[in-house]
Design a protein around this ligand. Structure first.
Ligand code: UD1
Length: 418
């Protein structure tokens, strides 16, 4: 259990390097088993979800070593094609091993993945895509078994641009005979990272960033060295923290174009945002105005992962901000906790209405999920007095040494384990 203690009211000043992307690293770790060679990854954040992926790789028989932000994987020794339930439950991205193992071994057995409880989070689109590629998929006794003597290229039409389903389809398609076209594909920057990694391995994938991805025959083969892109949600969280607390923060090694929708609203709220190529400065006097309406959408729309942290930044903004969540049905779990700080938030189904209050006060909170927990930290920075967040490990799943990062900017934040 982690306990986070935040003493609010301190402005944030200084420069801070953005961590590598969690959501880009995890599918790449799954993809590393595909070709059975060696991979060296740099800029991998040290996170609980990354540790969970490494445990899966080791269980499969791969060598997986982490040294700082560098990771070395040798997938030549892979001996298993199944992932036990205990490992699957640790995070959502474990599901991406399904496409990768199917491609490598022709079969895979696993149970449904864990991750934040943001709603139903089905995997029907993943399974449908694998079936279309020629896999037999059986769901029995809480387990999923996929088998394919041969995968065949085809056209897969995703009715919704699911990030995970797109990744699984890309990976399985790498082992298919003939060309695969994924129509209605997710366009998130993490899809581009996976494409680049597969191509670096010798695969032939194009179209990432558009709704149409084409995977041509040619199973990738290592070895490969790859640098992970900056984490757009961690960067957005830091920008929201500065907006809420006030101050001036420079984010280096950032990719501002990947979260321009978040920056757009921070600008509207009254922050000065200066972007250079891989660098971004956020300046805020801590007195924001309401913005919006904000609607979460698949990329390039406003990211659902940034919704809780932007909400937290706007709790004291003058006026009324309306947020509509369209991706997950249960993504307002932070709201009852934020209310304990004095926030005025009304919920009506998938809609939230935030009426800016003059001040927030510290309180004892419970982190509900990864981004919800981060939102509580952001709000705590802008609250008077002490906020204490009891967290069963959610925040450390996605933010690397976040207590140190915020403290280095002048915040009073402490994290203790118990
Ligand atoms: C990924 C990200 C997550 C982000 C989300 C949306 C990772 C590890 N996670 O999650 O941080 O919030 O994208 O940008 O990269 N859906 C179905 N059937 C499916 C798959 C998805 O109905 O088979 C629905 C989900 O219930 C949800 C929506 O599609 O409503 C989005 O899901 P998806 O894009 O798949 O998100 P994840 O890959 O789980």
């Amino acid at each position: 259990m982690d306990f986070w203690t935040v003493r609010g009211g301190k402005k944030l000043y200084g420069a801070c390097r953005v961590q590598g992307s969690k959501n880009a690293s995890l599918p790449i770790l799954a993809a590393s088993v595909l070709a059975g060679g060696e991979t060296e990854l740099t800029n991998v954040p040290r996170l609980r979800d990354i540790d969970a992926a490494l445990r899966i790789l080791r269980h499969l028989g791969c060598r997986a070593e982490q040294e700082g932000n560098r990771l070395y994987i040798d997938a030549r020794g892979l001996v298993h094609s199944s992932v036990p339930e205990s490992l699957m439950h640790e995070m959502r991205s474990s599901v991406i091993f399904m496409g990768a193992l199917l491609a490598r071994c022709g079969e895979v057995r696993l149970s449904p993945p864990g991750g934040c409880r943001l709603g139903k989070r089905p995997i029907d689109l993943h399974l449908k895509a694998l079936r279309q590629l020629g896999a037999e998929v059986e769901e029995k006794d809480g387990e999923i078994l996929c088998r394919a003597a041969k995968l065949r290229g085809t056209t897969i039409r995703l009715p919704f641009p699911s990030v995970g389903a797109t990744e699984n389809a890309m990976l399985a398609a790498c082992a298919a005979e003939g060309e695969t076209v994924i129509e209605g594909a997710a366009r998130e920057p993490e899809i581009g990272a996976l494409q680049d990694y597969l191509n670096r391995m010798g695969g032939s994938v194009r179209g990432a960033g558009t709704g149409r991805i084409v995977v041509s025959p040619g199973r990738p083969g290592g070895p490969v060295r790859f640098a992970v892109q900056p984490d757009r949600i961690a960067a957005a969280t830091l920008a929201c923290a500065c907006a809420a607390a006030g101050g001036e923060v420079e984010l280096t090694d950032a990719e501002p174009a990947h979260f321009s929708t978040v920056l757009h609203f921070l600008k509207d709220a009254g922050c000065d945002i200066i972007t250079k190529q891989r660098c971004l400065t956020v300046r805020s006097d801590g007195r924001l105005r309401a913005v919006g309406p904000i609607t979460t959408e698949p990329y390039p729309g406003f990211p659902t992962d940034a919704q809780p942290v932007l909400m937290a930044a706007l709790l004291r903004a003058e006026g009324v901000t309306r947020i509509r969540e369209t991706i997950f049905e249960n993504r307002f779990r932070q709201v009852p906790e934020l209310r304990k700080l004095g926030a005025d938030i009304r919920l009506d189904g998938q809609n939230a209405e935030i009426r800016g209050v003059a001040r927030l006060h510290g309180a004892a909170l419970e982190a509900t999920d990864l981004r919800g927990g981060a939102a509580m930290l952001v709000a705590g920075l802008a609250a008077e007095g002490e906020t204490r967040i009891r967290d069963e490990g959610h925040i450390a799943r996605g933010y690397e040494r976040f207590d140190r990062v915020l403290s280095a900017l002048g915040a009073e934040v402490r994290r203790t384990d118990s």
